[in-house]
Design a protein around this ligand. Structure first.
Ligand code: NAI
Ligand code: AKB
Length: 332
């Protein structure tokens, strides 16, 4: 039978997305990707902060506080939302300095999201993190299933999110999907107060001043990923047919490096770049409790995950973006 239009596109366009906490390091990039795939007006970006002009003028933006259950529910109903991408969070370092806020946003907020998603039959994506592992987890690499006893409120809340999402999936049939992201490195969005932030800051310092003071020890090895790989992985798991996902929480991995490895790779392009070390005991203790690498064979097997950026490609991409971005700023 012939259809007068592309049936798969017709079905795809039935998805209406909302992204919570979308003005952080990852949300604007994911919104761009989703809008390219599903249509500009079908993806609502939301946050509790005022968006910059270029974000405001690029598609639907709405105020949404995940702690306000009724308001979030109203937005979901009025906009016929079918997919909720839950990015709101208080990250690891900020969480340790404000545990009350981290509990509210990362635990109470998550409960609101899961309850609204279940009540209105939404699909929901919630990212987890390398921070969901702790000092008693295997560290090199951390497998999908192992002991998870994190020592940060951020990590405790993420383990809770993984377990609650999977519980709602089995108990109520909620289509819950979750990726454990490594530290994410991006050029045009700033990190929001995590332990892996140095790996973004170092590029801006290298281009701007030629020197950087690092708050982690030079030999601290952590799993990291370039933002393009992270966002593509997210799109891929959103699009994966439910029957191809025997797990609901997957590790994804790309590379692992230390501050010293990263410095040496940057010095191949900027030989005069200098790094000094002034260790912050809080963030160092967090990093020492996290895995050095993630084991991600299940994602590669079940839905074809494959990273594209290793350390050298990451450094080239970051230096190009940061340098070009700086030139644009100077020209304006
Ligand atoms: N960036 C990274 O390296 C990694 C991020 N993730 C996860 O990915 C998600 C997104 O991360 P980022 O964009 O880096 O975080 P971010 O810290 O940059 O942004 C979080 C956003 O949440 C918003 N927010 C805070 N309280 C809120 C509330 N009550 N209601 C609504 N929004 C609120 C903030 O305004 C902020 O824009 C988070 O769940 C994070 O845990 C996981 C692993 C690594
Ligand atoms: C790895 C993360 O979850 C985040 N970047 C953090 O350092 O808190």
């Amino acid at each position: 039978m012939d259809f007068p239009f592309n049936v798969s596109l017709y079905f795809i366009s039935l998805f209406f997305f909302i992204i919570t906490g979308g003005l952080g390091q990852l949300g604007v990039g994911l919104t761009k990707l989703l809008r390219e795939q599903f249509g500009k007006n079908n993806v609502i970006l939301s946050d509790i902060r005022k968006p910059p002009n270029h974000v405001y003028h690029n598609g639907p933006f709405i105020f949404s506080d995940i702690l306000d259950f009724k308001n979030l529910e109203e937005i979901v109903v009025n906009n016929n939302i079918s997919w909720l991408v839950h990015y709101s969070a208080v990250l690891s370092a900020v969480g340790e300095s404000n545990v009350t806020l981290a509990k509210e946003v990362n635990i109470t907020g998550l409960h609101n999201i899961l309850d609204i998603a279940t009540k209105h039959a939404l699909r929901v994506f919630v990212p987890s993190t390398i921070g969901a592992f702790g000092p008693s987890s295997p560290r090199d690499p951390a497998p999908e299933l192992c002991v998870q006893r994190p020592r940060t409120i951020y990590g405790v809340a993420k383990v809770h999110a993984e377990l609650m999402g999977e519980y709602y999936h089995h108990r109520y049939g909620l289509d819950f999907r979750c990726l454990r992201y490594p530290g994410i490195i991006s050029a045009d969005s700033q990190p929001g107060g995590g332990t892996t932030d140095y790996a973004v800051q170092i590029f801006h310092a290298a281009v701007k001043s030629g020197c950087f003071e690092c708050y982690l020890r030079r030999d601290t090895r952590l799993p990291m990923m370039y933002i393009d790989d992270c966002l593509r992985a997210t799109l891929e798991i959103l699009e994966a047919p439910a029957e191809t996902l025997p797990s609901r929480t997957y590790n994804i991995s790309a590379m692992s490096f230390t501050p010293h490895d990263l410095t040496q790779e940057i010095q191949k392009v900027l030989p005069d770049f200098q790094v000094t070390y002034n260790v912050d005991p809080v963030r160092q203790a967090i990093a020492d409790s996290w895995p050095m690498a993630l084991e991600d064979s299940a994602a590669r097997r079940d839905w074809g995950w494959k990273h594209e950026y290793d350390l050298s490609e990451l450094v080239q991409a970051m230096l190009t973006h940061v340098t070009t971005g700086n030139q644009l700023v100077q020209a304006n």
